[in-house]
Structures are given as C-alpha cells and as structure tokens.
Design a binder for this molecule. Structure first.
Ligand SMILES: Nc1ncnc2c1ncn2[C@@H]1O[C@H](COP(=O)(O)OP(=O)(O)OP(=O)(O)O)[C@@H](O)[C@H]1O
Ligand SMILES: [Mg+2]
Length: 327
C-alpha cells in the first residue's frame, strides 16, 4: 500500500497538473509494492503508469527546482550541490582536457546539433586510479554548465534485494526527466561489487544489466557521469553504452609540477628545489600531491617561515605514501 505521504503527493501533483511528479510518485508506490513482495501488483502499477504516460501530453515544463514531495524517498538516493568548480581549477593531461572541453562544447551548443538531428555527448564514463580527479571533474562539469551536481548516494541505492536496487535505479532515471543536472554515479562499480560479496555473479549481472537498459533508453536532458577506479570489474558491454569513455592516468612529472605550482600559486616557492620535489612525488596520485602542498603550506604559515621549504614538501609526500612503500 502507498504511504500517506505518497497519497498526499499524488493528490497534490494531480491538483497542480504536475504529470512528471505524479508519475514519479506513482513509480515509488510501485517500487514499494515490489519491496513488500507484491510483485504482481507492482507490475500492474508499472504498466498502468507506462500506458498513462504514453497518453499524457508532454507539455509539463522542465523543472529545474529540487524535487518536491518525491524528495521523501529521493533524499536518501540523491544529494544536490551547486559546485563553483571550473575546468581551469584542474590540472589534466591534454587528451583528458580536450575530451572534457568537447563535452562542454557539445552541451553548450546542443540546440545547434539538435537542429541537424544530432545529439550532444551526455553519457560519460570516467575511469582512472584513485585521486586522479574523477569526482572533481563531475563537479567541474556542473560548475561550467551552471547545473546542479546530483550525486547518487550508493548507500541509499544498494540494498540486499536485487529488485529494490532495480526499482531505485528506475526512480533515479525518472527524476532525470524532470530535474536537469549533472547526475553522478560515483564509484559506480560498487553497484556490482557489493553483490560480488554474495558470489552470485548472475545477480551482479542482472543489476548491471538493468542499469545498462535504463542508460540506453534514457533520453533525458541531463548529463550522466559514471566514475570508477576499478574498470576491470565492469562488463565491457557497458563501455559501449557511453558516448565517451575518458581515461585518467597517474600524473606525469610535468603534471606533478603543474599541480604543485597551481596549489602553491599564492605562497612563496622560490626556495623549492623543483627537480628534487617533482622526482620525489613519483607514484603519488594527483590528490596526494595537492594535499601534500597544503600540508607544507600550513606548516610554513604556522611556523612563521618565509617560504615553502623542500624539506616540508618531502616530509608531506612521505606521509602520504602507504607505510609499506616508504623508503
Ligand atoms: N587533476 C586534478 N587537478 C587538480 N586537483 C586534483 C586533481 N585530481 C585530484 N585533485 C585534488 O584531489 C582531490 C580528490 O580528487 P577526486 O576525489 O576528484 O579523485 P577521484 O579520482 O574521484 O578519486 P577516487 O577514485 O578515490 O574517488 C580533489 O578534490 C582535488 O583537490
Ligand atoms: Mg571519486
């Protein structure tokens, strides 16, 4: 049975002629039924909704505001932020930057593409080692496009019941149709990984394939970004469903230097032995390099020193390394 909140939301959205919200809440009712083991009712509700939707006029305006009563359930699934991060705040390999700029260019001029029957890139997979800037990239895309960053909360999504995960994924994809944003499925392999604990490969595949299907069918206006630092866990079939797969690498010497210069731009660095510090950073992630610079800068400020010292940076790097790797 629908909850009182859901019933109220249904009546309210009907009264306001807000079809998108009405259908989103109705989908939640269907998901609840599925959760309670009422599979037949859930299926009947879903087909009713699908049939009603195909008849409903699609005149409803695109809602840019955070979700109304649907938020009740969605609040556990989606987190909204409005980042001010920009692409220039990031230090990236040329190829990665070029590809991200192409995504932005196509998004910004989507109307020109659509006029000629083309669509902008909007389903993007980011792969790369931990701390290479994948999550930050999603924030930068949102910041550049002045869209909210809508992060899918994995703890809210992943439950013991396969049917429930699939229903929640459907609710999320439904939300994309009426709230535009950059939708981030961060550490997205976890959708499958969690299931791996049960060793039931069949179940993992079923969750991933329901994600694939939703991804493939999705024609919402938003940008979908999935990020993983464990691409080997992903089914290769998945890659084909994305418009672009962007690979991050550990930072090269040039990138390490650029990361450091950017982070330390407002601090005196004339005392730094660049060759030495850059050499000592090899094997660290971009995130480690940035945080080490912050550590050294804090040490300088608190010790009233005149400039960042080579020793402070080297110490900070060592502290970032896993104990086993320390020389
Ligand atoms: N390419 C980069 N340019 C500038 N800063 C970076 C870059 N990569 C990482 N950072 C810094 O490190 C922090 C953490 O990076 P981020 O969380 O984006 O990495 P990630 O690739 O998502 O890692 P994980 O795979 O562990 O989730 C960022 O908030 C930023 O301060
Ligand atoms: Mg991340």
């Amino acid at each position: 049975m629908a909850t009182a909140t859901q019933l109220k939301a249904l009546i309210q959205s009907h009264a306001e002629r807000d079809d998108a919200r009405f259908f989103a809440v109705a989908m939640q009712v269907a998901a609840l039924e599925a959760r309670q083991g009422h599979g037949t009712v859930a299926e009947e509700l879903r087909s009713l909704i699908d049939a009603a939707k195909s008849r409903a006029p699609s005149t409803a305006p695109l809602r840019r505001t955070p979700l109304g009563p649907v938020a009740h359930d969605l609040a556990d699934l989606l987190s909204f932020t409005t980042p001010s991060t920009k692409l220039v705040d990031m230090t990236l390999a040329d190829e990665v930057r070029d590809r991200l700029e192409r995504v932005l260019r196509e998004q910004r001029q989507a109307y020109r593409l659509r006029e000629r029957g083309l669509g902008p890139r909007r389903k993007i997979l980011l792969m790369g080692p931990p701390g290479s800037g994948k999550t930050m990239t999603a924030a930068a895309l949102a910041g550049e496009l002045t869209l909210p960053l809508v992060t899918v909360v994995l703890e809210g999504l992943i439950t013991k019941f396969l049917g429930e995960i699939a229903a929640k994924l459907r609710i999320i994809f439904e939300a994309m149709n009426h709230t535009s944003g950059v939708y981030l499925f961060d550490e997205f392999d976890a959708i499958g990984r969690q299931r791996a604990a049960t060793n039931d490969v069949g179940e993992i595949r079923r969750v991933l394939s329901s994600f694939l299907l939703l991804l493939e069918k999705d024609a919402s206006p938003g940008l979908i970004v999935a990020a993983t630092n464990n691409p080997s866990l992903l089914d290769p079939a998945l890659f084909r469903r994305f418009d672009d797969v962007i690979e991050y690498q550990p930072p090269t010497k040039e990138l390490i230097r650029a990361l450091m210069e950017n982070r330390l731009a407002t601090f005196p660095t004339e005392a730094l032995d660049w060759a030495r510090v850059v050499g000592a950073a090899s094997g660290l992630s971009s995130a480690d390099v940035v945080r080490s610079c912050e550590d050294a800068a804090k040490a300088m400020v608190l010790a009233n020193e005149a400039a960042i010292t080579t020793r402070a940076i080297l110490t900070a790097f060592e502290e970032r390394r896993p104990r086993a790797d320390r020389s």
